[in-house]
Design a protein around this ligand. Structure first.
Ligand code: 0RQ
Length: 503
C-alpha cells in the first residue's frame, strides 16, 4: 500500500474498485466528494459505470441519485450522464452532457443554494443516503480522515450515509494535512448556536473528518491526479470589467466604506471574469487582503505569493494544471495562507453577513431594475445552477454581479427589459458591472436604477431599444412603481428565439 492508511483496521478493508462498487445498488442515493473538480473520487465512478452497463445487459435497470458538493470533474459527470445513470442530481453541475440530459427532461435536477445542502439532507427529505464515496488524502493512526483538495459536503456525507467507500489518494500532497478546518458545531434548530468565526483565518474545528469505522465497507487506493479547471487568459472584456471593479473599490475607500489596505473579505465566483477581477487586484497596490469564498482559482495563488492576499478561505481549490503544479511545489507556504472548510461554513449566511463580504458573481443577464438570472438561458434551459452565488449575494456587505454586456457574438444583450428567470432579486443586487461600466444601484428607486443600468452597463447597440422600452413603459398612464409593458417585457428573448438575435 501507499503508506497513507495509518490505521490497521482500515487496511483490512482495502479492495479493488470493482469489488467496492458491489456495495452500490440500483436506485441508491449516492453522495460523493468533489467540488469544482477537486477531490472528486477517481476510480469508483468509472467502476460503477461498468457495473451499471453490465447490470443493464443482464436485464436490470440501474440508476442512482447523485449528490455532490457542487460540480464534480467533467469526466465523472459525463460518464454517468452519457449512460443515463443518474435519476436525480443535486445541487450543482456544469457539464455539457449532463446539462443536455437535464434540459431534455431525462435527468431530474434540483438546483439549490450550496449552503443549504447539508441541512436539507439532515432534514431527511432526500431520503436515506445509502452510500458515501469520499476521497481522502490519508487515514490517521486514530482512524480519522485527512481531507484532500476539497471539502464540500464530505463531513455531512460521512455523518449521514449508511455505508462509506473511501478512496485514499496518494497523489494528493501529504503536506496538505493541516490545511483544513472541519467544524462539527452545526445542528438543526432548535439546537443551533452561534458559529464563532470572526476572522477569515480563524480555526474553529479540526483538521480531519470523523468517521464511524463500522460504516466503512471499502477502502480503495489510487494515485490519480485531480483534473484541472480550464482557464483562458483574461481578454479585453474581462480586463475592462476588472478595471471598473478596482476603481469602485478605490471609490468606496474614499467614501470611508471600505478599509484602505485590506478592503473587506472578497468572494469571487468561478470563471474567467472572476479570475480576471482577482488578477486586477494585483495592480491595485493592496497588501493584506483576505478572501472568504468557495473556490480558490489560479489568480488567488499569485495574490497570496505577492503578499496582496494574506489569507484565503474556501471549500475547494479550482486550479488549472499550472496552478496545481504551483500549489504542490510550494505546499508548505500555501498551507499557512489557505484554509479549506465545509461548504456549509464557507457559504454560511451568518458568517458572510458578519465578515462583511464583498460578493462578486457572474450572471447570464440582468434586467433594467436589477433582477438577475444566473441559471436559465432564455428562461428555460439550465446552464449550471445557482451554486453559492445566492449565499453570498443576499448576505454580502457589497453585492456585485459581473458580466460581458453581450453574449453569442452580440446576438444576446445581457441587459434586458425583464429577466425570464430570477435567481437574485433586485433587493439582493447592489452593483452591476459590464465592460462598459458600473451601475451602483444602492439607494436608488426602480426608475433611477433603470436609467443607470441602461446608460452605464448596456452595450451601446442595445441602449436605444432599452431606452425606448423604458420610456414607453414609464409614459403609460398607470405605470406604477416599477414600469413595465407586460406584453412586451420578454420581447428581446422572443426575438432571439425567433430570429437568432435580440437586435
Ligand atoms: O457560453 O460557454 O457556450 O460560450 O454562458 O458565459 O460570459 O463566459 O461567463 O463563465 O462567468 O459564466 C452565469 C454561467 C456566467 C456563471 C455564468 C453564455 C456564454 C457562454 C458563459 P459558451 P461567460 P462565465 C461560484 C458561484 C452561477 C453560479 C455561481 C454561473 C456561457 O457565472 O454559472 O455564480 N453562475 N456560482 O455565451 C445566453 C445569456 C448569456 C449566455 C452568457 N444572457 N444568454 N447565454 N451566456 N450570457 C461557483 C460555484 O458555485 C462552484
Amino acid at each position: 500500500t501507499s503508506g497513507r492508511i495509518r490505521n490497521a483496521a482500515f487496511v483490512t478493508k482495502v479492495m479493488s474498485a470493482d469489488e467496492a462498487v458491489k456495495f452500490i445498488h440500483p436506485a441508491d442515493t449516492v453522495a460523493i466528494s468533489g467540488f469544482a473538480s477537486a477531490g472528486t473520487p477517481k476510480v469508483i465512478i468509472p467502476a460503477l459505470t461498468d457495473r451499471i452497463r453490465e447490470s443493464r445487459a443482464a436485464g436490470t435497470n440501474f440508476t442512482i441519485n447523485l449528490l455532490t458538493g457542487a460540480s464534480v470533474s467533467t469526466e465523472t459527470e459525463r460518464l454517468l450522464a452519457e449512460i443515463d445513470g443518474i435519476a436525480l442530481r443535486m445541487p450543482y453541475q456544469s457539464e455539457s452532457t449532463a446539462r443536455k440530459k437535464i434540459n431534455d427532461g431525462r435527468m431530474d435536477y434540483v438546483d439549490i443554494h450550496l449552503s443549504h445542502v447539508a441541512q436539507q439532507v439532515w432534514e431527511g427529505y432526500y431520503g436515506t443516503i445509502d452510500v458515501a464515496v469520499v476521497e481522502v488524502a490519508g487515514i490517521t493512526e486514530s482512524g480519522e480522515l485527512i481531507p484532500s483538495a476539497s471539502i464540500g459536503n464530505n463531513k455531512t456525507w460521512l455523518d449521514v450515509a449508511d455505508k462509506i467507500i473511501l478512496e485514499v489518494n496518494s497523489w494528493v500532497p501529504a503536506a496538505m494535512e493541516g490545511m483544513h478546518d472541519v467544524y462539527y458545531g452545526t445542528a438543526l434548530p432548535p439546537h443551533r448556536t452561534p458559529i464563532q468565526l470572526t476572522r477569515v483565518e480563524d480555526r474553529i474545528g479540526q483538521t480531519t473528518y470523523r468517521v464511524d469505522p463500522a460504516k466503512v465497507v471499502a477502502v480503495v487506493e489510487t494515485d490519480a491526479r485531480d483534473s484541472a479547471s480550464p482557464l483562458t487568459p483574461p481578454d479585453t472584456v474581462s480586463e475592462a470589467i476588472a478595471g471598473h471593479v478596482v476603481d469602485f473599490f478605490a471609490h468606496e475607500v474614499r467614501a470611508g466604506r471600505l478599509p484602505a489596505d485590506t478592503l473587506l473579505p472578497l468572494q469571487a465566483g468561478i470563471g474567467n471574469v472572476a479570475n480576471a477581477v482577482l488578477g486586477g487586484l494585483d495592480r491595485g497596490g493592496y497588501k493584506g487582503l483576505t478572501c472568504y469564498s468557495e473556490v480558490i482559482q489560479d489568480s488567488m495563488l499569485r495574490l497570496i505569493k505577492d503578499g496582496a492576499v494574506a489569507h484565503a478561505s474556501s471549500t475547494a481549490l479550482a486550479l488549472s494544471e499550472n496552478g496545481i503544479e504551483e500549489l504542490t511545489a510550494n505546499i508548505d507556504f500555501y498551507r499557512e495562507h489557505i484554509t479549506l472548510r465545509p461548504q456549509e461554513i464557507s457559504n454560511h449566511p451568518e458568517i458572510v453577513r458578519r465578515l462583511g463580504i464583498i460578493a462578486m458573481n457572474g450572471m447570464l443577464e440582468a434586467d433594467i431594475y436589477g433582477n438577475v438570472n444566473s441559471t436559465h438561458v432564455m428562461g428555460t434551459k439550465i446552464m449550471n445552477g445557482i451554486g453559492g452565488s445566492g449565499d453570498f449575494a443576499r448576505n454580502g456587505y457589497v453585492s456585485m454581479f459581473l458580466s460581458p454586456s453581450t453574449a453569442r457574438g452580440g446576438a444576446i444583450s445581457a441587459i434586458v427589459p425583464m429577466v425570464p428567470h430570477v435567481d437574485h432579486t433586485e433587493h439582493d443586487t447592489q452593483i452591476i458591472v459590464t465592460e462598459h461600466g458600473l451601475a451602483d444601484l444602492r439607494a436608488l428607486s426602480p426608475r433611477r436604477r433603470a436609467r443607470l443600468i441602461i446608460e452605464n452597463c448596456a452595450h451601446p447597440d442595445y441602449r436605444p431599444m432599452l431606452r425606448d422600452y423604458f420610456e414607453r413603459a414609464d409614459a403609460q398612464p398607470d405605470s406604477g412603481h416599477t414600469p413595465h409593458i407586460l406584453g412586451e417585457a420578454f420581447g428581446f428573448h422572443q426575438r432571439y428565439l425567433q430570429t437568432g438575435s435580440m437586435r
